[in-house]
Design a protein around this ligand. Sequence first.
Ligand code: DGJ
Length: 343
Amino acid sequence: MQKRITAASAAIFILIAFRVYAQSDTIRPAQIWPDTKGNHIQAHGGGIIKVKNDYYWYGEERRQGLDTNYRYVSCYQSKDLVNWTFKGDALQVSKPDTVLGKWVLERPKVYYNVKTRKFVMYCHVDGQVRSAVSTATVTSAYSYARVGVAISDKATGPFRFIRTFRPLGHESRDIGQFIDDDGSAYLIFEDRPFGFRIARLSDDYLDVEKQICLIPAHMEGGAIVHYGGLYYVIGSSLTGWAANPNKYATATDLSGPWTEFKDIAPSETKTYGSQSTMMIKIAGTKKTTVLFMGDIWKPKTQWDSRYLWMPLEIGNGKLWLPQPQPFRLNVRTGETKLIDEKK
Ligand code: DGJ
């Protein structure tokens, strides 16, 4: 009897261990995405950087049970963009003094500065402010409209929050990150009612130095990729957490002129229920692949929000998000393979 119990416990232990540590080679859009401990990844509205052989994914930490006095940015590490290890909350910050009422920290993005050897985080900080008209009233929850900046010596943090500001004096809500092939770093930010601004960061990345372009389109979730000699920008319409048809435009130079915006997927699918947050270019030994990285928001159960990653069909001025499907990714070769898991 004793022997049987021991054998059964060993089998259960092996099963659990296998489930927890089993490596995957497949990305499954819209499904639960377990990290290496089996917990659904919490890196919403996120961004990814590669430093040496490691990828780091930062995003909004929205797990249940967090202390509501703080906002958190999570950090995950991976070598293959498929298997992610949670490295903890890289940033934990309390409400800046100048924000009133309920506040948010959204869409964190991290840049690595090779000269200063510092990791610099940008994020969208918002909340209410006192109305200019009456001292008694406060404004809407998205009136503060600033970026926050934090710094760390290590990719995994802890990041030290430095300050909030309006980049180049403009309102800034959703932010996106773009690093060009020559290493120059840009912030994309939504400045209502003017549009989408693309601006270069200062040498130390701690400030937003120069506007490169204002695209007069009312869009958020901004992302850019430089592919085949063209810049492709994507973004979503302003519909809060609800999905809408995301669109793209192209230009030969970041400063424009940009083409008209066109749908990236059949408009009735509303980007398959997702919203853009970044495009990741993987220059492999056999192929250069560009992945669309989007969020499928669940506003009432944010911790359960999903991710929609898919290899894009891109080139010659066209960009298209195919019907989401599980796919294998090889970051060394850059190759992807769509998988039919229903068979
Ligand atoms: C849309 C933005 O893209 C999200 O990041 C978030 O700010 C929601 N709006 C809030 O409604």
